[in-house]
Design a protein around this ligand. Sequence first.
Ligand SMILES: [Zn+2]
Length: 1121
Amino acid sequence: GTTCRAVAERAVFNSRVLMLLGQLERLNREAMLADAEIGRQITAKILHLIQTQEKTRKEIMSKGSSGMEVILATLEVSGGRRVGVFVSKGGTGILLQLVLSGSKESPPSEELMLQLHSLLAKVGPKDRKFGVKARLNGALNVTVNLLKQNLQNHKLLLPCLQVLRVYSSNSVNAVSLGKNGVLELMFKIIGPYSKKNTSLLKVSLDTLGALLKSKTNARRAVDRAHVPVLLYIYQDWHRNDTRHRHMLIRKGVLGCLKNITNIKLGRKAFIDADGMRILYNTSTECLPVRTLDPLINTSSLIMRKCFPKNRLPLPTIKSVFHHQLPHVPAGGPVAQLYNQPLGVDDVVDESDDNDDVETENDTENEEEDKDHHARNDDIETDINKLRPKETNSRPFEELKIYERFFLELSEDFQSGVTATPAAPKSQRPIIVPTAQALPPKYPTAAPLQEECHLAKGEQPHPEASPLAPAPTPAPVHTLDTINITKDHDGCCDHSQVRPQQPPLLAGGVAARQGGGAEETLAEEWAEEEGGEGAVLEVPDTALLLPLHDPDLYVEMVKSTRSVPQYSEVAYPDYFGHVAPTFREHILERVYGVQRTKIFQDIERLIHPNDILDKVVYDLDIQSCPVIDDGESLKFNSQFESGNLRKAIQARKFEYDLVLNSDINSNHYHQWFYFEVSGMRVGAPYRFNIINCEKSNSQFNYGMQVLMYSVQEAISGRPRWVRTGTDICYYKNHFSRSSIAAGGQKGKSYYTMTFSMTFNHKDDVCYFAYHYPYTYSTLKMHLQKLEALRTPQIYMRQDILCETLGGNSCPLLTITAMPESTSNDQICQFRNRPLVFLSSRVHPGETNASWVMKGTLEFLMGSSPLAHSLREAYIFKIVPMLNPDGVVNGNHRCSLSGEDLNRQWQSPSPELHPTIYHTKSLLQYLAAIQRAPLVFCDYHGHSRKKNVFMYGCSLKETVWQTNISATSCELHEDLGYRTLPKILSQTAPAFSMASCSFVVERSKEATARVVVWREIGVQRSYTMESTLCGCDQGKYKGLQIGTRELEEMGAQFCVALLRLKRLTSPLELRNHAHLLDVESDLIETRCKVSRSDTCTHRGYYSKQELTLEIYTETIIFECETN
Ligand SMILES: [Zn+2]
């Protein structure tokens, strides 16, 4: 009975299956008309049947049934979609089981195996679990054995190899296949050039490539000497495949080499087999054929990886300059640096032994995405860290000493000292009383010179203190560096750092001053010299640069303290910079530029005889020698803000440049500023800065370096111009010690390269990362600004404190004088809201100083807007938070070796005096209920375009991280969006789209976040200006210049005036006036839907709302009152 029933059932099944197969076959015949949906349904039914009926399955699949062929054909007809159905219905599993059961028949049916593998080859790539399923079903070995037994049977070989290729993409499978001898099997199939069986070869190479991703397999391949074999095969195909019909085979060979060289042994084998030369030569031959680019790119990738790792040509990566700290911080990188045992080689370490070479893309620029993700991970999720900090801060008694920086808050103007808020000035810096026994003051090294020129009320009379001529005025032959002579009191015994240089270009200076004596002197010198080139005409820029004065600049330099005790002045800072009137476009990247540069680097290995390797500049050698043999460029960086540690002439016209790390640090190489002379006109120079650290740079996106030509300057064009061609930025072969890479091993430095030709003979040129702006320049500008004061302007300069390096940190107060001394007016004067601005905490972000210059010049201006602005606010400005860093050519840190913008939570009065005292000023203001309306710290941004702001919003932060629960209860004033919004309307470089109001964890100790959280300033910002250029607005496609930066600073002021009108205390902010707009406003950015039960209410003044509506066209309902 049961047997009968079973037989009967099977018959039913079989007939159903046959019927379905028949349908399928018909569909296939009418392929073009076939309805895909019907095909899908039929396939699904067949699968269901063979899945549930073991015997049915067998019958269909074997015994000469045509079922398999039908299914195969079906899959072929419409490709992907039906395969997808097949996979989703469990088809793969069934096929794999069939393979296994089929293999148990002896001998296995070749026909069946062929069919099954053909089918698997189609299905496998669509099934993400295919590798695992195959392993669990035991199909791996079946396929391998089949291969081994049928190496000559090409018909069967191909589908089996195709399946094997899919198996191998699973890493566990790869290892197990390797153990089973599959590598050797592949090497039996692949071989030198042959027109036969190219598809077999291609699949084998792909399989081999997949297998070699496993380190075990890569090692096995190296052990069996397969690397030279692969190189031989590659060369053979390269030679014979002249019509490039088999590019994919050639790429397949390279793919294998690429994976083998991921391990150190593989790289060694590659080098030993002369791989560099082979790939270099073949690539060079491929260059003219654009379609072979994939081969060149992969070759380039392999060569870069195998290029022997070098150490930086330095004795240590610690800064070449040393500054002893008053005390070493307990922990952190500076402590590490100090605790590093003597004699430790910090340039390289064991990192080279690491086998894990980061997998790189073939594309030229990576990493963009990474940054984005990192940023999302960084968002603060601890709500308590987003709420205002309970300030148990400091007793008022302690803060009271800051009262004297706020004279305007108590000034009564009755004491007859009318109109001019005097020259109180020159206050001694604050000494902080501490509980500890008075520590020795930081080494301010005694008042050697006049305390601070900038604190003087009067403008200096040029003739009163002209540049004192050098003791031994020597004739000047060419344009050399200006040396300054400091006061004659003997304190400046270092005034002749480079005695081999003519000491002073007094001729030029005197000529400009036009005073009788000096002029004569200059003429005499000129005559003595007997040539006209001797007199250096200082370009007359007085009209164009009202804040610049070369003589005053030199005066300012005299009181600037640098760790290396610089005594030279760089020409650009002395002459000044007049922004060019022509447009400087963001460069379009030349196709293949990076590849070309990398090939030039590789040529150093291929043609070692071309390499000079001549050190032409080296600060690590005492009294840095200057080689002047006419064969090399001369370099110099020994002036304020200069940064270049070493220059090596690599080839005739190519120089490797090494930057100095920040003082008391072993990294932060980005800022550079140096002088070049001795150039040949028209020669194609290439410069490589070889120890850059960031993983990407705007130099890859059209930014150029800045160059200043002294010959141009004395011809009436004193200016920095964007220069350089073939600019790119890429990872190089100099290994980066884990000591300097935050413990990460196996890191490399990056090269920033640019090429250029010089136009003038006997020129002195300067190169900089961005428009330099020295501390002495600031002091000069401040003195000039003070001279702009009118009786209507209240302006005061105080010294906030002294820095570790003994420089003064200026603090400015700017507002309008009261209109009269009436009570009302005095009251209005004192009660103006405060605006607190700061800048240049990061020395390398010189653009921040140019923006600040724009702000200051506007504030001191005579326009009606400037006047209204002064009447509206009291401005407190710290224009340079990090003078020492600026003076000493640091990129990021102060002399303490720390990023000062990460110290705001608990600044040390000794190690971070400028931050400590600036924060104290703000704490004082908070304590007297006068916290500023706006706080803004100006910065520069090296990776983004445009100008934009970072602000702080609790809600936007919370919404970004989806901590949904609590967000509804949070009330937040939306005023923080107003200022950036105004700026986006008024300032052409400003982009609202780049702004962010999210609080990141990594930023919790920055000025912006601390001032927001601890001082309670809602409108607390960082304003970031691009170092590169704009991709929107009026300046779209242009690189940024000082004119645009200064304009930004002025526009910031205008925006503050508009903010004032919108938030005017006369237009009383109506708190009952609750408006449901904030969520709409923010949701447009955050794309976070809010729950309907929540009521988000923002406190807006009517005007602010009008603005929002104007800009965002938000529709909202407004309760009128
Ligand atoms: Zn910054």
